[in-house]
Each structure stands twice: as C-alpha cells, then as structure tokens.
Design a protein around this ligand. Structure first.
Ligand SMILES: Cc1ncc(COP(=O)(O)O)c(C=O)c1O
Length: 462
C-alpha cells in the first residue's frame, strides 16, 4: 500500500497555489477576447479526462496543468462580459479572490464553535442584506446553494408554521394525516418554486395558479378566498420579462386570507437595492419569506442562494438538528437555520462583495444591467427586431418572426460566438432571452452583441 507523501505535498504547496493563481489570472485576462461558447474541438478534447481511475496518482502540478490546459478552453465564458444566458451573472474579482482565501481557510460554517469567523461574517451579511432590501429588522435566514434551495427552505418553514397554527406539528409528524394546505402560486411561477413545493411535500402540480397579465405579473383582481392553512407564492422578477408581481394589493389580500406569503426573488429582489428601481417591488417587505441568489446579480461565485424568513422561530423549528456532540453555543447556529449541516462560509463572500461595493455600488451594479438591457432592446428594435416585453429590469425577450426562424437565429448567434443568448417560450411565443447581470458588461459589449444578433437575423432572412 502506498502512503500520502506529506513532505512532498507541503513542499509543492506554494508552487501549486502560485500556479493556480497565475492560471486563473490568465484565464480571466483572456476572457473578453475569446468566443463565449467553447469550440466543438475544445469540448471533444474533454475525452482526455475520461480515463480509468489511475492506480498511481499524478503529480499535483501536472493535474492542475491538465485541468487548466484542457478544461479552460472548454468552459463557457459565463464570467465574461457577453454571456446573456439564463440569469448567470459573472463573479466580481473580489468574489473570486475571497473564494480563494475561503478555500484555503476550509471552514465548516455549520456551528460557531467550528468557525467563529464564518458565523460572524454570516450574521453581518444577513443584517446588511436585510437593510439593503428594506426588509423588516430582526428577520433571519441562511445561505444555501441557490434560489431553488432557498425556495425549498422558506417553503419548509412556511409549511411547518401554517400547520402549527392549525394545531399540527409537521416537523415532528410529517404530512401524513395533516390538514391539507392550500397553496397558491402565480401562473408564471418559476419552475423551481414547483420543484421546491414538491421537495417539501406540497406537490409540484397541486397549487392553484393565479392569472397573470401580459408581462407575467399576477393580476390583483378576482382573487380567490383561501381555506386555511394556506401559502401564497409571489414573484419578484419574472425569468422572461423581469416583471414583478404587484405586492401591495397581493400582500393585503393574502394577509386577509391568513396565508404565509413567500416571494421568489432570485434576481428580482435586487431591484429593492436600487433607489431607482425599488418601486418595482414596493410592498415586498410585507411577505413572510424571501428567496434570492447572490450568485446571480450580486456576482458572487457559485454557489450562493439566500433564504430569508421573518420569524426566526419558524425557520429554526424546521431546520433544527441537535446531537450531544454538536455543540450549539449561540442563539443563531447556522446549521439550525439551513437544510445543510456542513457548509462553506458563503456569508463571508457575500460580506466581502457587499463591503467592496457598498450600498451605492450594489445599486450601480443593478442599475447598470437594467440600462444595458434597455440599450440592447433599443438596438434590436431599431433594426426591426421585435422585443416582446416591457424592458423594465434586466431581461429582454425577442421574437424573430416564426418559431423556426427564431430557433435558427438563436443557433446562429450561439455559433457566431460573439455573445450567448438562449431560447425560451413565453406567453405562446418562441423567443430569444437576453439577460444582463454581469458587472463587466459595457455599452460596447452590448453594441457588439446587437450587431452580431442583427447580422445573424439578417442572414437567416436571406
Ligand atoms: C425567478 C427564479 N427563481 C428561481 C431560480 C433558481 O435559481 P438557482 O438556479 O440559483 O437555484 C431562478 C433561476 O434562474 C429564477 O430566475
């Protein structure tokens, strides 16, 4: 049997870390100039990784070189300025740098005793986020993998709280025999809200769907009476149009119905951080729980979702986990407020980015993306291309005529490689989605991308 070469590993550590830093620097330095999607050859070269598990390991320097030399060209340049797919965002330099230091710390943020530093960063980051979004003081939360898990975390707390009001201890006894919960969602709820409802036992397809308007906002008229216990899921930031539900009337109605109000604000909640855009989400502070992402519009590295809950006891009673060896010494132990036990110190990276940007910087980041979305839409409209949505946030939905042509133009844009935009179907229209949420995107990137899209569209016309 071999043995771990501890002296050898220690001796190579400095060189290895310096090489990783240099490779990462070079990768990012070149990202602006490269094709956004990888070439087919670069993807085919990934076969080099797919070898039988080696009996004897490689030298770590060679492993790193292989990973970078073959892996980097096969990446999608989502961390560059012209990636407009999904709502991916790009990682700010401070986020990347912080994540390196955090990896070296290798802290387990589950309990304060394991990592006082992670606990402190998390507490401050949660407080700052609450202030930034204008949410009620005293709310609590936790950092999770993404908005999907943030939705699931909030909905687990919602489920247990509304059942508790109905005299049922769901955390202890589960849902078998529990009073049925009436769940109401927007007809345009994100698919991950349904996934989260399924995960917490409330069913992916059971919820009543509320009608929406042309922008995908719930219509606040003709709302149903609800049977308690009830949960209402609203949305800040429709994944296609970017529009947010009208929270003021909807929150008032849901409160009258005695429902728990949850908001999926994966990216749309960040509108609350901008004095210019905050009115799009007026009334959002009246909800009971909020799910959002830092890896989208705050431009942290993956993965970083945020679950916020008004009533700390509700979240803790769903997430608590105790054992004699798990020494909980504080009021807020991270693992008692998140589905995970062991977890990386996500709050520290959020702290770092918020500390670097400040309130003004976060507002500028959000407003810049929205202004650039407007510029994108204007450029396309000027070229005779139809924009389907009111561009009020960072999303642009574009129709190139008929569905086949739209798909052909999207394929041509992706092949061209100047930028990357994906497909969607929105309110019956096959369309291209353009989502702006990266700090590095400039007006010039948008103009280059508009030119590329217009060129691809004109070629398809010919
Ligand atoms: C509105 C909305 N909710 C939830 C999600 C899921 O987020 P995540 O991929 O971080 O789990 C997304 C992702 O785009 C989204 O746009």
């Amino acid at each position: 049997m071999g043995e771990i070469d501890v002296p050898g590993m220690l001796a190579s550590r400095d060189t290895l870390l310096a090489s990783a830093a240099e490779r990462a620097r070079a990768y990012l330095a070149a990202i602006d100039a490269r094709r956004v999607p990888p070439t087919a050859e670069a993807v085919a070269a990934l076969d080099q990784f797919d070898v039988p598990l080696p009996e004897r390991g490689l030298d770590p320097g060679r492993t790193l070189a292989l990973l970078d030399d073959v892996g980097s060209p096969a990446t999608v340049a989502t961390n560059g300025p012209r990636y407009f797919g999904f709502v991916n965002g790009g990682a700010l330099p401070i986020a990347v740098a912080t994540s390196w230091v955090l990896a070296a710390w290798d802290q387990n943020a589950a309990l304060r005793i394991m990592s006082p530093v992670a606990a402190r960063f998390e507490a401050v980051a949660l407080r700052w986020l609450t202030e930034l979004f204008g949410l009620p003081a005293g709310i609590t939360g936790g950092f999770v993998t993404g908005a999907t898990m943030a939705n699931a975390t909030c909905l687990a707390a919602a489920r247990d709280a509304v059942l508790s009001s109905a005299g049922w201890d769901a955390a202890a006894h589960g849902l078998v025999g529990a009073p049925p919960i009436e769940v109401v969602v927007s007809a345009e709820s994100h698919t991950t809200v349904h996934k989260a409802l399924g995960l917490v036992g409330l069913g992916r397809d059971r919820a009543t769907r509320l009608a929406v308007d042309r922008q995908g906002r719930v219509c606040p008229t003709g709302l149903p009476s609800l049977r308690r216990p009830a949960i209402v899921c609203l949305q800040a930031g429709n994944v296609n149009s970017g529009a947010s539900d009208p929270f003021v009337p909807l929150v008032e109605w849901a409160r009258q119905q005695g429902a728990w109000i949850h908001v999926d604000g994966a990216f749309g909640l960040w509108a609350a951080a901008s004095p210019k855009l905050a009115r799009q989400v007026t009334g959002i502070d009246g909800a009971d729980s909020w799910a959002t992402d830092a890896h989208k519009w705050l431009n942290t590295t993956y993965d970083c979702g945020i679950a916020l809950v008004r009533d700390p006891d509700a979240l803790r009673s769903s997430m608590r986990a105790q054992a004699a060896y798990l020494v909980a010494e504080a009021d807020h132990e991270t693992m008692e407020f998140t589905p995970q036990s062991s977890q990386r110190a996500r709050g520290a990276e959020v702290w770092s980015v918020l500390a670097t940007l400040g309130r003004d910087g976060v507002a500028a980041l959000v407003e810049q993306s929205c202004a650039l979305a407007g510029r994108f839409a204007k450029g396309l409209t000027a070229a005779g291309i139809r924009v389907l949505n009111d561009v009020t946030l960072n999303q642009v939905v574009v129709d190139f005529g008929d569905p086949d042509r739209t798909d052909a133009v999207i394929a041509a844009v992706q092949e061209d490689g100047t930028c990357w935009c994906g497909p969607t179907t929105w309110q019956g229209h096959r369309a291209m989605r353009i989502s702006l949420s990266c700090w590095a995107t400039t007006a010039n990137d948008v103009d280059l991308s508009v030119a590329a899209v217009v060129h691809c569209a004109s070629q398809r016309r010919a």
